[in-house]
Design a binder for this molecule. Structure first.
Ligand code: NAD
Length: 382
């Protein structure tokens, strides 16, 4: 099979992390090795420490415990892509506010790589339509890419705190008062929307729905204005606008209408969680964070400590993160398509891990982590 990219060697910084992380990362590496063989490229994986594993290793080495060693960040910056599994677990849960915590590794690497937008593909696999709480017919053909701004808006805007603001209590008495401000610069909006247009251009339907609250918010008016300015440079993309409250309703009423959705930080946070329920399963969701330099790819789920070491974790979100990486960071859309098609075929053939099995699944079709990856690899080789 031909690759659309001339390069032959890519360096992937792999971060297995904690819990089921190392188990699902091992399967991702086997799939990457298969992709390498089929497409004639070398995906060179180099493991680095993050999360609880990094805290333990640095503590054992007698240095200050950290969830993100400097060499991990350096390796991530130097790589063509970062593939993360998951971090965290009860072992590192503590009431000591000064202790290093696994999630500091995640926040640190996102900041260190300057990641400013998040991608959340929401693809409803035909065979898993029954897993969602929505009616099967509503889920027909759902394939959405949510593009969310990650570093601006309400979560990072100016804050004010007053414990006794005059008039904030009852009958004009002083009372507690809080303000979280939402701010966006043209630059912050433009770089996200440019990426959203580019992504829409690569998709079959080429539709971009820009979601805002431009009837009320100044930041949304700016968002909408920039979306329409950029539309002129992307004539093949059909741009529509939608208010966020309507979008929240449309996502459950008629989700198949959406192709690419682009929105600001807070709206994206809420809409991407809502949309993930369309798939009905956490073990199937990949995500990516992109910025100026190296991009990071990871499953949307956590480290699942309750099933760690049992060999039953669903590796498919991790494998779909590999596909997202092939498409968004390595310029290998054919290989990405092949991974997604292989996952679809394996599910259509009735194979399941325990988290996506239901009462109709024959016991012999319920596979462990490695056996599920074997099925995907078999399909890739067909
Ligand atoms: P979780 O996503 O780890 O697990 C929630 C439930 O889903 C569990 O029952 C788990 O067994 C199941 N599950 C998750 N992934 C699965 C998979 N691939 N296959 C089969 N079942 C799967 O969320 P949680 O339990 O809230 O958090 C556990 C730990 O993960 C915590 O320490 C949390 O901080 C951390 N966490 C990490 C990330 C990340 O690394 N990005 C994200 C969320 C939570």
């Amino acid at each position: 099979m031909a690759t659309t990219n001339a390069r032959t060697t890519y360096r992937i910084c792999t971060l297995p992390g904690d819990g089921i992380g190392p188990e699902i990362m091992a399967e991702a590496k086997r799939v990457m090795a298969t992709i390498g063989e089929i497409w004639g490229v070398e995906l060179v994986c180099e493991d680095h420490l993050i999360g609880g594993a990094a805290i333990d290793a640095t503590r054992e080495a007698g240095v200050a415990p950290t969830a993100l060693p400097e060499e991990t960040l350096e390796a991530a910056r130097a790589a063509d892509a970062v593939l993360l599994a998951a971090v965290g677990g009860p072992k590192w849960d503590t009431n000591d506010p000064a202790a290093a915590r696994p999630e500091q590794g995640l926040l640190g690497i996102r900041k260190g790589l300057g990641l400013y937008l998040n991608l959340r593909p929401v693809h409803v696999f035909n065979a898993l339509r029954g897993a969602s709480s929505l009616k099967r017919e509503v889920l027909n053909g759902v394939d959405i890419m949510i593009v969310r701004e990650l570093t601006g808006g309400l979560y990072f805007g100016p804050r004010e705190v007053e414990e006794a603001r005059p008039g904030a209590g009852e009958d004009g008495a002083p009372g507690r008062w809080r303000m979280d401000g939402c701010a966006y610069s043209e630059h912050e909006i433009r770089r996200v929307l440019e990426r959203a247009f580019e992504i829409a251009e690569t998709r079959a339907r080429k539709r971009l729905c820009s979601v805002d609250k431009a009837n009320v918010l100044g930041t949304s008016k700016l968002w909408r204005a920039i979306a329409h300015e950029l539309a002129a440079d992307h004539p093949t993309v059909e741009l529509t606008d939608m208010f966020v409250d309507n979008c929240a309703m449309q996502l459950v009423a008629n989700p198949a209408q959406f192709d690419v959705i682009a929105t600001e930080n807070t709206f994206g946070d809420i809409l991407s969680d809502e949309a993930s329920e369309l798939t009905g399963s956490l073990g199937m969701l990949a995500s990516a964070s992109l910025g100026e330099g190296t991009s990071l790819f990871e499953p949307a789920h956590g480290s699942a400590p309750d099933i760690a070491g049992k060999g039953i974790a669903n590796p498919l979100a991790q494998l779909l993160s590999v596909s997202l990486m092939l498409r968004q960071a390595l310029g290998m859309p054919d290989a990405a398509d092949a991974v997604e098609a292989a996952v679809e075929d394996v599910l259509d053939d009735g194979w399941r891990t325990v988290d996506i099995a239901d009462e109709t699944t024959p016991a012999e079709n319920v596979l462990g982590t490695s056996a599920m990856a074997d099925k995907v690899i078999e399909r890739l080789r067909v």
